[in-house]
Design a protein around this ligand. Structure first.
Ligand SMILES: [Zn+2]
Length: 51
């Protein structure tokens, strides 16, 4: 059975990347694996396997 979804594989994290950053947000990328951050308009992808 593999009905369970791993959140690790469907969420991306963006914090703006340094300086001109913003509060860390978790973005749902379950649709396409990629999404656009509402804060900085950066395209972020799933960060699978990262700590
Ligand atoms: Zn961002």
């Amino acid at each position: 059975m593999s009905m369970q979804e791993s959140h690790d594989g469907t969420w991306a994290v963006c914090d703006g990347g340094g300086y001109e950053g913003h509060p860390r947000v978790f973005l749902d990328t379950s649709k396409s694996g990629v999404t656009v951050c509402p804060y900085c308009s950066k395209q972020v992808a799933v960060t699978e396997g990262k700590e």
